[in-house]
Design a binder for this molecule. Structure first.
Ligand SMILES: [Mg+2]
Length: 303
């Protein structure tokens, strides 16, 4: 796979034919790595072939105790709407069901937005949802989980979120959430092994889900399918590390790319890996809005 023959870097003329301006002059932060700076420059110089992708929880929506009430930051949908039509591909990649992210985000009317749910197991776009059947291991794990958690002595407040294609065990509501997570981690790893599923850690959650489904695979597949060149991916959690790794691999294959961490005090592991760290969903939305403004007036992407 190659990056194609598009314009390289921010040189030449800017949108509308005027002189090119630096990201800073366009109200955008400067990534701390040279690779990230090149990624941003490539997005700005050729937005019609860019992919702008973000995780949902913790990135576009603040983390709250009840996942059913994790509404997107109020500035997220307007920023995405401003970007739609300005960039070649706009996507949300989440472990949630795609429709949940669409509803919690208020994203239903954003034209062209692609929401990859269950780490790419589902795709929603312009009101159409396509999905693959779940592997048998999910049904086995669903049936066995209640007895397994009881047998492990799971703390009060430990509960299972049934995502259809995946099962997430949350401990955020327990008195000592970290200890509650440690209590169930071993038995869940054993259940994952027996059912052929993968156990994915998150923010006070362990998720059983099909192997081969992660945000990195979903991102790489989207880049190929949409023939994207430059990439931005924003995430907040350990589950986003696979997408960050995919951006690094894609860079090596000729796709300039920028990784953005939605920073929090709760998760620090991702920030060290990111080209750019911003302060939570509020600043992710601000970044997307600034990006939309910076590329407005560029030639419209062909769809
Ligand atoms: Mg997240």
């Amino acid at each position: 796979m190659t990056g194609g023959g598009g314009r390289r870097g921010p040189g030449g003329s800017g949108p509308g034919g005027g002189p090119a301006r630096s990201p800073g002059e366009r109200g955008l932060p400067t990534p701390r790595t040279a690779e990230g700076q090149a990624g941003l420059a490539a997005i700005l110089s050729d937005p019609g072939r860019a992919l702008i992708a973000a995780d949902f929880d913790g990135t576009l929506a603040p983390i709250v105790a009840d996942p059913a009430a994790a509404w997107a930051h109020p500035a997220a949908a307007p920023a995405l709407r401003a970007l739609s039509g300005q960039v070649g591909t706009l996507a949300i990649i989440t472990g949630r069901p795609a429709m949940t992210a669409v509803e919690l985000g208020g994203f239903g009317a954003i034209p062209g937005l692609i929401v990859l749910g269950h780490y790419g197991w589902e795709q929603w776009q312009d009101g159409q949802l396509t999905t693959q059947p779940s592997p048998a291991g999910v049904a086995t794990a669903r049936a066995e989980l209640p007895a397994l958690l009881a047998g492990a002595g799971a703390a009060n407040g430990t509960w299972v979120e049934d995502k259809g294609h995946a099962l997430a065990v949350h401990t955020r509501r327990a008195t000592d959430p970290a200890a509650a997570l440690a209590t169930v981690a071993g038995p869940l790893a054993e259940l994952a092994r027996r059912t052929g599923l993968r156990l994915e850690p998150g923010r006070l959650v362990l998720e059983l889900r099909p192997r081969g489904s992660d945000k990195g695979a979903a991102l790489t597949s989207l880049v190929a399918k949409r023939r994207c060149r430059a990439i931005l991916f924003a995430g907040d959690d350990l589950g986003d590390l696979a997408a960050f790794a995919a951006v690094r691999d894609l860079r090596a294959a000729g796709h300039p790319g920028l990784t953005v961490c939605s920073g929090s005090a709760e998760v620090t592991g991702l920030a060290a890996e990111a080209d750019l760290v911003v302060d939570g969903p509020d600043q992710v939305a601000a970044l997307l809005a600034a990006l939309a403004l910076a590329v407005s007036g560029s030639p419209r992407p062909a769809r």
